[in-house]
Design a protein around this ligand. Structure first.
Ligand SMILES: *Cc1c(COP(=O)(O)O)cnc(C)c1O
Length: 434
């Protein structure tokens, strides 16, 4: 499979280059040259298939010319030792696809772990250690740290703004040790990003290390996110198809992955772009005008995005045809008050504890269903509610239990290097580690 940049569609790169480059130098985004088609035999025999089984079939469609069947098997079994279960809230009508059963309790684990496994595969062949630099405001860093932990051939340096990530997030970044090194930067998230960007441009660092990024914009984080849409269908009775998928969205990677699966042949009645008041995409779907804005802070803060980075990809998936896009993707947005009411309603009516992002997704699905009776829908559950304590606990008036796999981190010792917010300081410590 080859990939093009959305800014220069005629120049193709290999999957290995798209993987390690993350971002094309021309400022575009990588997209596949062609979209593989799912065999009809696979679709008709999907029922009951596990996440690794589905991942294996799809990975061979994408990378079958580069990876052996045994490479693929190793990759998917290591990446997905957990499931993405479908939970019934209302029979035949309302389902929740839980994507938080991975180590960092959010759907970002799925993309990060697949990308980590793939990088490790190529690193083994390169016989040179890959050094990944990542700036994080919390969530992405946790998924990347846990995804790359103990992955051979790869070392990870994570920069985060001191005192500005939650305690649980900090534990994920700083307690793993081994090949994961955390740097606490005395500055903002923007400072962390600036340092990482400068590091990629520094000749001395590039000579010392094979630097790479685990940017959330990497196409190999997006592709694996399409796997769980098919896993959802594998858990649903066939007479419910095609279903509508509601996706709580910020940068629109998750929703783009669903559209990618649909382009490969997965049945889908519609995709619902559910957002908080950062409603650039729902507005675009209404008016046809794309107007980026400064982001507004909300309760569902992982979706506080005023200029979604995957919007260009979404357009490319519809060959830049706005009316095709707006007929398959429906947009709804919600305020924090509506989100809070929904969290309470989900608890009281369905005994279901949801994080604010998930509540926005369920609100979108219910709004969509009001206009089209007799349909079945699946809302994506993007994170475990405990990930957003104490805010969630306060709203619900109860303590949401932290799953054991994360609770154990709180006893571990924080290991971190504190640096001032300058590139020079980072470079100095990085060169000492050789
Ligand atoms: C990242 C994130 C989102 C937004 O996903 P996008 O792919 O950026 O649209 C939604 N919910 C949670 C919990 C997240 O961490």
């Amino acid at each position: 499979m080859k990939f093009y940049s959305t800014n220069s569609p005629n120049q193709l790169v290999s999957s290995q280059e798209a993987l390690f480059q993350s971002l094309p130098a021309d400022g575009g985004l990588y997209m596949p040259e062609s979209i593989p088609v799912l065999p009809t035999s696979f679709l008709s025999d999907l029922s009951g298939r596990s996440l690794p089984e589905i991942a294996s079939v799809l990975t061979s469609l994408w990378l079958g010319d580069e990876l052996t069947a045994s490479d693929i098997d190793t990759l998917v079994t290591r990446a997905f030792p957990f499931d993405t279960p479908l939970v019934e809230l209302e029979a035949d009508r309302l389902y929740a696809l839980e994507l938080f059963h991975g180590p960092s309790l959010a759907f970002k684990d799925i993309g990060a772990r697949f990308m980590a496994g793939l990088m490790s595969h190529y690193a083994d062949r390169l016989s040179r250690e890959i050094h990944i630099l990542v700036a994080t405001s919390g969530d992405t860093g946790g998924a990347v740290a846990m995804g790359f932990h103990n992955v051979s051939g790869v070392r990870v340096s994570i920069l985060y703004p001191k005192g500005r990530v939650s305690l649980l997030q900090e534990k994920q970044l700083t307690t793993l040790g081994g090949n994961i090194q955390a740097y606490e930067v005395d500055g903002s998230f923007d400072d962390c990003q600036t340092i990482v960007k400068r590091a990629f441009l520094d000749p001395e660092l590039s000579q010392a290390y094979s630097l790479s990024s685990a940017n959330s914009i990497n196409i190999f984080r997006l592709i694996p996110q399409s796997f769980y849409y098919l896993r959802a269908i594998a858990q649903l009775a066939k007479n419910h198809l095609p279903v509508a998928f509601s996706v709580p969205s910020g940068n629109f990677g998750n929703l783009s992955a669903g559209v990618l699966a649909w382009r490969m042949g997965m049945p889908a009645q519609a995709f619902i772009a559910s957002t908080n008041v950062n409603k650039v995409v729902p507005s675009y779907l209404q008016t046809g005008q794309y107007v980026p804005m400064a982001s507004l802070a909300t309760l569902s803060n992982a979706m506080d995005v005023g200029n979604p980075s995957n919007f260009v990809r979404l357009q490319h998936l519809f060959s830049n045809n706005t009316s095709a896009l707006s007929s398959q993707v429906k947009g709804y947005f919600f305020t924090d008050d509506e989100t809070v009411s929904e969290m309470l309603l989900l608890r009281d009516r369905y005994n279901y504890l949801a994080c604010p992002h998930t509540a926005v997704g369920l609100l979108g699905l219910q709004s969509y269903q009001q206009n089209s009776v007799d349909n079945c829908g699946i809302a994506l559950v993007t994170a475990h509610p405990a990930k957003f304590s104490p805010a969630v606990d306060e709203i619900l008036g109860q303590t949401v239990e932290v799953p054991d796999r994360l609770a154990i981190l709180s006893e571990r010792q924080k290991q971190v290097t504190t640096i001032p917010a300058t590139f020079e300081a980072f470079k100095e410590v990085l060169l000492q580690v050789v």
